[in-house]
Write a protein that binds this ligand. Structure first.
Ligand SMILES: Cc1cc2nc3c(=O)[nH]c(=O)nc-3n(C[C@H](O)[C@H](O)[C@H](O)COP(=O)(O)OP(=O)(O)OC[C@H]3O[C@@H](n4cnc5c(N)ncnc54)[C@H](O)[C@@H]3O)c2cc1C
Length: 403
């Protein structure tokens, strides 16, 4: 089908969509705000149907080989004693370590390289205005002036400005009362392929995860209602975390040393995006921009991959874009609902405020590792369900298959 499509955002959902749309014969431009392709980002999970989308793109093996090699998660105390251990081998997709753990930048790079032969990529610009008309949409770029497309698809992540431009304040941000800072630190002597999770009183946790390059990826989490930390500058956010974690114990001092030096620090207020509809006129949203489930669900990347696949497939099936957008939403909504099904008490259970709460959490986690109880209590640690019958759009791949 010959359509001209502008996709904004070159992370996970954007390049996936670009590859499929090109495969279905559409002319694709990808606009990314950053001045060049971004390699940064920490560990992300790809589960079930997300992995199937990579398989259908011929990328599953490449992505598996680029994975972080994380073997599971150990919950440790301040003396580094393991109190509960969830091995990937034992727990499989019911455990906290996904079948495919990969650094965001590595997966985004794989998708970008795979799609760039079939799409025009533009960096360092954003949309300033949109004029939606009966026969097309005129997009005014901040730097590049006006251009006309048939459709605009925003894959801009949780803070999407195009979503604001088109939907106003219709999108609800459901805060989960968590702040997270992610950054890379040098590998320490206790760091291995087993990720380690440590809790300190006051709703604090320190999570250290491996990669295959000899680095350690740190996540500092604060259980805290929104209080404006997200508005601080990155240096202020680093200082705030250093103060809040100063007396946390365990290996936190070396983590804070790494924090001070980190040049890939990424900080966010954790929340979900909820919208009654994901499209308006000729504009539609995909990935975190439409339905961010939050990192604690472990489903953001899978939703982005699956959402991009279904949206591209439905556009290939329908001449009328409105019908395609409706079908995309009808097929994907139940899957998104599963992905966003994070219990509201989850953040408090994962980050208890008191020593008693931590001891209780560890007792329950330990129980969850025991055979017999594992299946029942293991669900406490498991991500939301990941069930969708992925449509087969193979019949529509009538134009320009691209490697
Ligand atoms: C740099 C970075 C680091 C990340 N690190 C982590 C992490 O450590 N752990 C984790 O769980 N998740 C992380 N994420 C989020 C994770 O990638 C997503 O939750 C998930 O993969 C869904 O991806 P997405 O493509 O929908 O959105 P995102 O991955 O958020 O990508 C959105 C893309 O759109 C671009 N963009 C934003 N606004 C505009 C605009 N107005 N115009 C054009 N382009 C725009 C962004 O620069 C980005 O490339 C990170 C995202 C980014 C961008």
């Amino acid at each position: 089908m010959s359509r001209t499509v502008l996709i904004t955002g070159a992370s996970i959902a954007g390049p996936t969509l670009a590859w499929w749309l090109h495969r279905f014969g559409m002319t694709v431009t990808v606009l990314e705000r950053a001045p060049a392709f971004r390699d940064s980002g920490q560990n992300i999970d790809v589960r079930g149907a997300g992995r199937e989308v990579l398989r259908r793109m011929g990328l599953e093996r490449t992505a598996m080989e680029a994975g972080t090699g994380e073997l599971g998660i150990a919950f440790v105390d301040s003396d580094n004693h393991v109190e509960a251990r969830f091995d990937q081998e034992t727990f499989g997709s019911n455990g906290p370590t996904a079948e495919l753990e990969i650094l965001r930048g590595d997966l985004a790079r794989i998708l970008y390289e795979h799609s760039r032969g079939g799409a025009e990529y533009l960096f360092g610009d954003t949309i300033e205005a949109l004029d939606d008309q009966a026969d097309g949409i005129t997009v005014t770029f901040k730097k590049g002036g006006p251009r006309r497309f048939d459709l605009v698809i925003a894959a801009e992540g949780i803070g999407s400005s195009t979503r604001r431009l088109v939907f106003g304040e219709a999108a609800q941000r459901r805060p989960l009362d968590l702040y997270m800072g992610y950054f890379t630190i040098p590998k320490g002597e206790n760091d291995s392929a087993l990720a380690r999770w440590y809790n300190a009183p006051g709703g604090r946790s320190v999570f250290l995860r491996p990669d295959k390059r000899g680095h350690t990826h740190a996540v500092l989490t604060l259980q805290q209602a929104p209080c404006g930390y997200e508005k601080l500058s990155p240096d202020e956010q680093k200082r705030m975390l250093a103060e809040r974690f100063a007396d946390a114990g365990w290996e936190t001092p070396r983590v804070l040393e790494g924090l001070a030096r980190a040049d890939d620090f990424y900080f966010e207020m954790i929340g979900q995006v909820r919208l009654d509809h994901w499209s308006k006129g000729r504009t539609v949203l995909v990935g975190d921009a439409a339905y961010a489930p939050s990192p604690i669900s472990g489903m953001g990347t899978s939703l982005g991959l699956v959402g991009a696949y279904v949206l591209a497939g439905e556009l290939s099936r329908h001449d009328d874009h409105a019908e395609a957008f409706a079908a995309y939403e009808r097929i994907l909504r139940p899957y998104v609902d599963q992905g966003q099904d994070v219990p509201s008490l989850g953040p408090r259970i994962a980050q208890p405020r008191t020593r008693f709460g931590i001891a209780l959490q560890r007792g329950v986690l330990n129980l969850a590792t025991k055979p017999g109880i594992r299946d029942l209590l293991g669900k406490l640690m498991a991500p939301p369900a990941d069930k969708i019958d992925l449509p087969d759009y193979g019949h529509a791949a009538h134009a320009a298959p691209h490697a």
